[in-house]
Write a protein that binds this ligand. Structure first.
Ligand SMILES: *Cc1c(COP(=O)(O)O)cnc(C)c1O
Length: 230
């Protein structure tokens, strides 16, 4: 944790930013609540999960001031379970999903903050709107009264050398600036969620407001056995 914070501070220094501008989201998927509590004790308040069931299991077992981030692909039929429990949904990639969030938010009389997920590298295997459709998608979502678009999120390609993703981070930042210029009602474009364990320092240098770090904080995930690697 200290190392990650140190690296973020370094990246901020190199790019003339303040470390307070960057929110570190601890991605705790597959990890037991005991490890989330350790991170909480070290000051972490933002946790990212990618599965609805896991969120529902963990939320009641953590302090109330935790801000939960839904970062994984969200199925429409599960929206109702989490809309009023999460701080930010990072993974809105279709109008239909946004409409479902709007519907459930209206029922609960709340407004839900979301990011639009962009598949900035155009990878087959990834969810997310294509770069060129993002503006029109944001325009449509902006019409939904109970959903507020706060910005964009991207999952960059899995690479060994983080420099390979710098161009993608620059692209999505530019996209976010272009959309902000449209001055759409209900759209603020003040959050860019980008950067994971391999590339968060580059993402911070390129303007990330949120970085989503799992392995770098909690160690590797072992999906095969369900056991934890530290
Ligand atoms: C798992 C995950 C992360 C964190 O990945 P690490 O490489 O462990 O840092 C970040 N973002 C999303 C959307 C994820 O699913």
């Amino acid at each position: 944790m200290r190392q990650v914070r140190e690296n973020i501070r370094g990246a901020c220094e190199r790019s003339g930013r303040e470390p307070e501008e960057v929110t570190l989201i601890a991605v705790s998927k597959t990890k037991p609540v005991s490890m989330l509590r350790e991170a909480y004790e070290l000051g972490v308040r933002d946790f990212g999960e990618n599965k609805v069931q896991e969120l529902l299991d963990k939320i009641p077992r953590m302090p109330e001031d935790v801000r939960w981030h839904m970062i994984g692909h969200l199925q429409r039929n599960k929206v109702k379970y989490i809309v009023d429990k999460v701080h930010l949904i990072h993974s809105v990639d279709t109008l239909r999903l946004a409409e479902e969030i709007n519907k459930e938010a209206l029922k609960k009389q709340i407004t839900v903050d979301v990011l639009v997920e962009v598949n900035i590298a155009g990878e087959e295997s990834k969810f997310g709107a294509a770069g060129e459709e993002t503006l029109s998608l944001v325009r449509e979502i902006a019409k939904l009264p109970a959903v507020r678009v706060r910005g964009l999120m991207t999952i960059a390609p899995f690479v060994e050398n983080p420099e390979s993703n710098r161009l993608f981070f620059q692209k999505i930042r530019q996209l976010s600036v272009d959309i902000a210029r449209e001055n759409l009602d209900n759209v603020s474009m003040d959050i860019l969620s980008m950067g994971m364990t391999v590339d968060y320092t580059v993402a911070v240098e390129e303007g990330a407001d949120c970085v989503r770090v799992g392995t770098g904080i909690f160690g590797g995930r072992d999906y095969a056995t369900g056991k934890e690697n530290m």
